[in-house]
Design a protein around this ligand. Sequence first.
Ligand SMILES: *[C@@H]1O[C@H](CO)[C@@H](O)[C@H](O)[C@H]1NC(C)=O
Ligand SMILES: *[C@@H]1O[C@H](CO)[C@@H](O)[C@H](O)[C@H]1NC(C)=O
Ligand SMILES: *[C@@H]1O[C@H](CO)[C@@H](O)[C@H](O)[C@H]1NC(C)=O
Ligand SMILES: *[C@@H]1O[C@H](CO)[C@@H](O)[C@H](O)[C@H]1NC(C)=O
Ligand SMILES: [Zn+2]
Length: 544
Amino acid sequence: MRLPPLVLITLVSCWASVSSRRHPDPPPLSARAAAAINPAERTAQYWVEEAQAGIRARVKHDKSDGVARNVVMFLGDGMSVPTLAAARTLLGQNRGRTGEESQLSFEEFPTVGLAKTYCVNHQIADSACTATAYLCGVKNNYGMIGLTAAVPRRDCVASLDNSTHVASIAEWALQDGRDVGIVTTTRITHASPAGAYAKIANRNWENDLEVLLDGQDPLLCRDIAHQLVHSYPGNQFKVILGGGRREFLPNTTFDEEGTQGLRTDGLNLIEEWQASKESQNVDFKYVWNREQLMNLSQSPPDYLLGLFEGDHMQYHLEANNVTEPSLTELTEIAIRSLSRNEKGFFLFVESGRIDHGHHDNYAHLALDETIQLHAAVQRATEMLSEEDSLIVVTSDHSHVMAINGYSPRGNSIIGRSNEVGDDGIPYMTVSYTNGPGARPHDNGARVDVTTEENFGSLRWRTHAEVPLEDETHGGDDVAVFARGPHHALFTGLYEQSRIPHLMAYAACIGPGLHYCNAATHASYSSIFLIVTLLYMLNALNLHR
Ligand SMILES: *[C@@H]1O[C@H](CO)[C@@H](O)[C@H](O)[C@H]1NC(C)=O
Ligand SMILES: *[C@@H]1O[C@H](CO)[C@@H](O)[C@H](O)[C@H]1NC(C)=O
Ligand SMILES: *[C@@H]1O[C@H](CO)[C@@H](O)[C@H](O)[C@H]1NC(C)=O
Ligand SMILES: *[C@@H]1O[C@H](CO)[C@@H](O)[C@H](O)[C@H]1NC(C)=O
Ligand SMILES: [Zn+2]
């Protein structure tokens, strides 16, 4: 499976930069930095025990009873705390108000906590190691999914050792007979949704070509698209909605909208997904546009695969809302579909392009994608009862956007500050510490960005300090909002890897199951006590 070096170099130079531009590979840790890390953190057990100890300490304050039949986890990729404040202000201003007093739907949830997002080998995380934390309950290395930190990045052979594999909450739900769905606005093979199903030594291995480019064997280490279609648990998912058709198609074919496939193994995984459902004799449907999706929305098939773009789905503000489904529409169909299982379901929904807007210093787009998440969560709260459905809304990592200056109330959050710098030149209320929005100085002076021709357009970059091709993630904590059974457990400040353990506790699945068995025992013994008391009272009556 090794390509000759010349072919590899050519392939690398024309391709590798595309998929890894936003999350460049940091240099490997120095021996000293690596030695400073507690080796226990490279095991799954360390993080599982850390989470369980946290739950034991908090359970005594948990007044709520009941079990979450359904769990919906919403993720705003890159949705930092300043992003929340700016997005709620924009939401209000879009409605003609001052804005600051507005609330995003999930900001009304009864519980909010904070999660620490660092990874085992990185102070500032990417979406792959964080997905492993918030979906599998284990922290691992930057750029890797569903494996412990014992596996070095790109080490295919090390990743085959199944003692390094960690199961996701999607697997815990399936093992309990519940259904699972994943929804995203990015490629469905992108790092966040892949956290629900993939075990992969490099997040960029979304198709077989990317595995080859790293000099690894794609037959040994299957790419993410292949895992989704053919491996457990992806092959059990009832709902799969997002973008990324190109990862599933051969490079000799073009998808329905003209995007060329990327696969070099000749596999058409969209057809293979359909063939595998056909062979299992189950009800299934593949759709690629909004009309087809809306057509089946009242009676979705048992298995639904919807891929709406060759690459990521478009930004909501730039998409044609007649041909492109919104995150709210995708969420609604997913919930309607999964709700048919009486045992319940786990659904993961990602607004994945908040991150992309920030990386490009397109603040308006990043904030609008946050508003789309707000709308999707709103719809979920209307469809699901607080009595039996846990909804958790969080982010994977932060970004370096700040809200700065002393603007008056109601000042446009995406506009300029009413103040100027000490140099007399205006600045924006929302700006970034780094990114492509950095402007070279003009004769030693900052430029006045408000005079630029495309100032205020959607793809105008707000200004940044340090010039970088791509704005970076931030290392600060992210918020966690919860509503539904055992929501109060989500208060406090904790490791991000605790989140799926808290959800599992509330749902009585996976590692949370033993708590429920214990609780059942407790209630059985109280029933026994009551029955005994009644029997004694009855006996006393008889003797009177
Ligand atoms: C790991 O692989 C071994 C050998 O192939 C197998 O016996 C074992 O059941 C696997 N364990 C898990 C957790 O999959
Ligand atoms: C498709 O992949 C094959 C195998 O790597 C390669 O030889 C071929 O040039 C590619 N075709 C296109 C159109 O990129
Ligand atoms: C919508 O559904 C109807 C009835 O099942 C079918 O006749 C029609 O072709 C469908 N339209 C699309 C775009 O799939
Ligand atoms: C699409 O956008 C138009 C114009 O903003 C709006 O009037 C319409 O309600 C939207 N349709 C949907 C389905 O959101
Ligand atoms: Zn990112």
